[in-house]
Design a protein. Structure first.
Length: 365
């Protein structure tokens, strides 16, 4: 039996002994469509109930959340906009943690259920393609994967200590690849480990729409007028940024806001989009999700690493079929800056870590 658990956030505000829950996604739909009828239908509300909610929220806060424009639909007020951005930042920040908690609960319960299938334990850093794969696995009957979000190097530590079966790893192309690959190799054994191709993704600078500070390269982050928001020190993205800065001779201390951190690609993008920072470093898909401009700096290859014997098991063979299948390939193609590169192709450690420029010997499990 495949069991999935969802844990959702609730935004409840308290004031003078009163409390009020606000449907932030409902407000977001109003912002995105300009139509209260559409937002109400999407949230499963009648038009009358939706309007009553808006009235109650406005009375609670003492300020209107929406404005109605004759012939132009409904728009959020600045306060309503701020609520939406706060909600999006919280969801982006907490999403991976809540998914981890959901998976932990499901993993504890499944052994007590009848006909529970063999489980593949996956540790990988949070990313858009990984999330898409998880969505597909969640609605695939009989497919049970215990996917936990952990940092880039921590996933390999988990694999080395048999805490997972499949570990995510992303390596930059170009001049920094050798250094990153050497770090990863210290935790792997070329005789027993194999690499599964997954995707490539574009990494670079997320900046405000229109790029008002004319950010075009890493050097521009040292502009004293620019406010930066960073990823957490344990993330592979933060480590890649620090490698790029060192290569360019840029001191992190010269970047205003370098110690201000968020924990996901989406969270730093939401931080910039809400006006709290001017730039960040991350994946292109997150920038596009929040309507930001993007300056490409480097391509990363995202892999999975496992012991060779796992490749012969039925659950892993089925997982590989899903990765190679049309549904996942189409999902990756729809992600800005992502590409399905050698997805599901098995390589040795040395062949994979050399990078895609060399012609690779390939085989399928």
């Amino acid at each position: 039996m495949t069991l999935n658990v969802d844990i959702e956030t609730v935004f409840r505000f308290r004031k003078d002994g009163e409390s009020m829950s606000v449907l932030v996604n409902f407000l977001k739909d109003i912002r995105d469509t300009g139509k209260l009828t559409h937002a109400a239908r999407h949230s499963g509300l009648s038009y009358r109930h939706a309007w009553n909610l808006l009235t109650r929220w406005s009375e609670f806060f003492g300020v209107a959340l929406v404005r109605r424009h004759k012939g132009k639909g409904t728009a959020l007020t600045p306060f309503g906009e701020k609520l939406v951005w706060a909600g999006q930042r919280m969801e982006a920040r907490l999403g991976p943690q809540l998914e981890n908690l959901s998976q932990e609960l499901a993993s504890e319960l499944v052994p007590f259920l009848p006909d529970n299938p063999a489980v593949i334990r996956v540790h990988a850093s949070h990313g858009f393609a990984v999330s898409k794969l998880r969505e597909i696995l969640n609605h695939t009957p009989g497919m049970s994967v215990d996917l936990r979000y952990v940092g880039n190097q921590n996933s390999l530590v988990s694999l080395a200590h048999d805490a997972c079966d499949l570990a995510g790893l992303h390596l930059p192309r170009g001049s920094l690849r050798r250094e990153s690959a050497a770090t990863a190799k210290r935790l792997l054994n070329p005789r027993i480990h194999r690499v599964v191709g997954f995707v490539s993704r574009q990494m670079g600078l997320m900046v405000k729409r229109g790029n008002p500070l004319d950010v075009g390269a890493l050097e521009d982050l040292a502009n004293p007028k620019l406010r930066f928001v960073n990823r957490d020190p344990e993330s592979g993205t933060r480590q890649l940024l620090e490698q790029l800065l060192a290569e360019s001779g840029i001191a992190p201390a010269s970047i205003n806001g370098y110690e201000q951190i968020e924990f996901t690609h989406a969270a730093v993008a939401a931080y910039v989009a809400s006006g709290m920072a001017d730039a960040s470093f991350g994946v292109e898909a997150a920038a596009r999700q929040f309507g930001l401009d993007f300056v490409r700096l480097v391509t990363e290859d995202y892999y999975f690493v496992c012991r060779e014997e796992l490749l012969a098991t039925a659950p892993m063979r089925r997982l590989l079929d899903i990765m190679r299948g049309k549904e996942f390939q189409d999902a990756v193609a729809a992600l800005p800056g992502y590409a399905a590169v050698d997805t599901g192709v098995i390589k040795t450690i040395d062949d994979a870590f050399e990078g895609p420029r060399r012609k690779q010997p390939r085989r399928r499990a």
